[in-house]
Structure formats: structure tokens, C-alpha cells
Design a protein around this ligand. Sequence first.
Ligand code: DC
Length: 225
Amino acid sequence: MAADSAYVVAIDGPSGSGKGSLAMKIATRLGFHLLDSGAIYRLLALKSLQQGVDLDQQQAVLEVLDDFNIRFEVGEELSAAFLDDIDVTDELRREETGDAASRVARHAAVREALLGLQRGFFKAPGLVADGRDMGTVVFPDAQFKFFLYASIEIRAERRYKQLISMGLSANIAELLTDIAERDERDQNRSASPLIPAEDALVVDSSLLDSSQVVELVLGHMKDSI
Ligand code: DC
């Protein structure tokens, strides 16, 4: 199948909605490629921090992209990310990195500059693209669009368990505040804000476990794929 007739499954939603693990499982089940666009913003944030760049200065962040050498190794359960050939997977998952990513992601010119890189992940037989603007901006023609939602309390609890299982420290009250701040920034920025595409299926995962969400999403696609 030619790449231009391949499928794109766009999965958007706020942090902690479970879209990352959903995207990975759907990609594995369908044998599709995977784009974790949040990881790209996280890598850019990490590199900007390493260079002492002010994350609120669009031009300075844009210049970091002049020498932006990133790579992913995708497995069935885990995906590793490399910055300048160094494995930074653990650093990438930290709350501080997510917060920094949300700051660099506010700049319209930075988002524009990252479009080509993100679209380059689109290859036959298909791509599962995980992010905030996959269905609205990066892949507006995606055949399947899902917007995964969960209450802020559930998202904070999931994030807490995830951090603890990674051996990191975590505090529910701080996580609630961080997630609320990040939601506010991601939803209210002028460039590609976090909103469901008009043609997206909105899935509330608050009361579903991850395998129920996977089956719901695959069930929705099964007659068309
Ligand atoms: O999905 P994530 O938590 O890894 O994303 C980290 C930050 O990157 C998120 O707070 C907002 C930004 N982001 C974005 O603006 N657009 C995307 N497509 C993906 C992430």
C-alpha cells in the first residue's frame, strides 16, 4: 500500500488521559508506526534547557532546532528516546520536562517548524499519532480521530502511580496543581490549542481500564480498516 493511501489514527488528549499507552497498544495491534509528538516537544525542551535557553523566547527556542538530533527506538511496551545519541528516556518522563515542553510548545513558529518532522513519521501501512493537535493540525485528514479525556483527579492518580513505579517521588496535591496548570496552558494558547477535532470521537476513559479503551477504539475502527 502506498504511503499516501495508508491510515493515520490521531489520538489527542490532555496529559495523563492514557493516550500514550493507548497509542502504543493500538500501533502494536495494527502493526502501525508510532509518533509520540509529546516526546518531540520534551526533547526540544531538554535540549533548550541544556543550552541555557529561555523557554519563553520563541526565537531562541527556534535556533535550538538548527541542530536537533533525535531518534526513537520503539518496542512493544516501551519506547526509548535519544538526544544527540544519548538515551534520555528517563529524563524525558519527569514532570519538570513535561512542564518545560508545554512552555516551548506555546510558540507558533516552533510548532510550524516541527510539522515536517512529525509528518515524516507517516509511512505505510499506517501511523498512530499521539499528541494534542494530531487530528486538528498535523494530520487533519486522518481517517480516525480520537480525543481521550479523563477527570483531573483520575489523571493525577494515574500519574502518581506511574512516577512511583518508576522509582521517582510524587505528591498527589502537587500533581493536581501541575496538571491543572499544564491543561490551562495547553488549552488556552493561541497556536494549535488542545481541543478535540470536530470529527473526533471523544472517549472518557475515567471509568475504563486501559484494555477497555483499546477494545473500544479498535471496535470503532474494525469495519473500516
Ligand atoms: O503528551 P506529553 O505530556 O508528553 O506532552 C508534553 C507537552 O508537550 C504538553 O504539555 C504540550 C506539548 N505538546 C503539544 O503542545 N503538542 C503536541 N502534539 C504534543 C505535546
